[in-house]
Design a protein around this ligand. Structure first.
Ligand code: SF4
Length: 281
């Protein structure tokens, strides 16, 4: 039977053996880079050992400002079937890492579900996604994923369209994150999150009003959930822009404080630097 891909809200309905959808991914898992002992995630994710970070190729969002545009706009790297992918993960001594960090995995949802269903691994599986996902896919993934770490990037349709050409981003991301919350209770072991949800939000230049609306939504619908507010926006050679102003970031932090959203992480303003972008060669 030919499986037509409807892994994400684009619902391309293509047979990925023969044709590409929006994400340009084939019917194999494509890994662009693996970084061992990766320390750049939130402290309860990186832990003291760091993550085994798997950067996937391609993306179902392709934000114009993407820091990892070299791997999100093109699909290149090593290809794996689900069986080969779980074998790859098992080839590492997993005791050396705090978790397995699956970075931008949404367009491989079915393949990764198949891979992770083969065998339960000894460290938490973190689903580090852009948020443009379907609740029914999240429901399936919750059986094999321990921690959801989605972005909630844009609130208004105008904002999401401006940066991704997608106007229904918030509709799908909000529903998917609510589903994640329903399915995963926060659990910790020695300061490491072993189950749960953290919502990430990157503040963009000129968009602090949109950021504040996202905080209002979280306050109303997901109170108590850990939030990670980020200031690391960095212009790239692919996206020329001014940097984020400290005042814009401060306005968002003030709004979070006003709403008493104090469970989570705040990135230092000095974090906006090229150092956060791994080399993809
Ligand atoms: S995962 Fe890719 S091919 Fe499948 S629906 Fe989404 S964008 Fe289209």
């Amino acid at each position: 039977m030919i499986e037509l891909c409807k892994d994400c809200p684009h619902n391309c309905g293509v047979d990925r053996i023969k044709k590409f959808g929006f994400c340009q991914a084939p019917k194999k898992i494509v890994v662009a880079k693996i970084i061992e002992n990766f320390m750049w995630e939130e402290p309860c994710i990186s832990g003291s050992k760091g993550a085994l970070a798997i950067f996937f190729s391609g993306c179902n969002l392709k934000c114009s400002f993407c820091q990892n545009y070299k791997i999100s706009n093109k699909v290149f790297g090593q290809e794996y079937t689900p069986k080969e992918f779980i074998k790859l993960l098992k080839s590492y001594d997993l005791n050396r890492f705090s978790c397995i960090d699956l970075i931008t995995p949404t367009h491989y949802s079915s393949l990764l579900y198949n891979a992770l269903s083969i065998e339960k691994l000894s460290i938490p599986i973190v689903w580090n996604s852009g948020g443009y996902e379907k609740p029914e896919v999240i429901e399936k993934l919750a059986k094999v994923v321990d921690v959801f770490l989605p972005d909630l990037k844009f609130y208004s349709a105008e904002t999401s369209k401006k940066y991704t050409r997608i106007s229904d981003y918030f509709y799908w991301a909000s529903k998917s994150i609510i589903k994640m919350r329903e399915l995963k209770k926060d659990k910790f072991k020695d300061d490491l999150m072993v189950s749960g949800l953290i919502i990430r939000h990157l503040v963009l230049p000129n968009e602090y009003h949109d950021s504040n609306k996202i905080l209002d939504f979280i306050n109303k619908n997901l109170k108590g959930t850990k939030i990670s507010l980020m200031s690391q926006f960095t212009p790239t050679e692919n996206y020329k822009s001014r940097k984020l102003y400290p005042l814009e970031y401060k306005l968002v932090l003030n709004h979070a404080e006003k709403l008493n959203l104090n469970n989570g992480y705040i990135q230092d303003f000095s974090s906006s630097a090229e150092d956060f972008i791994p080399e993809f060669d």
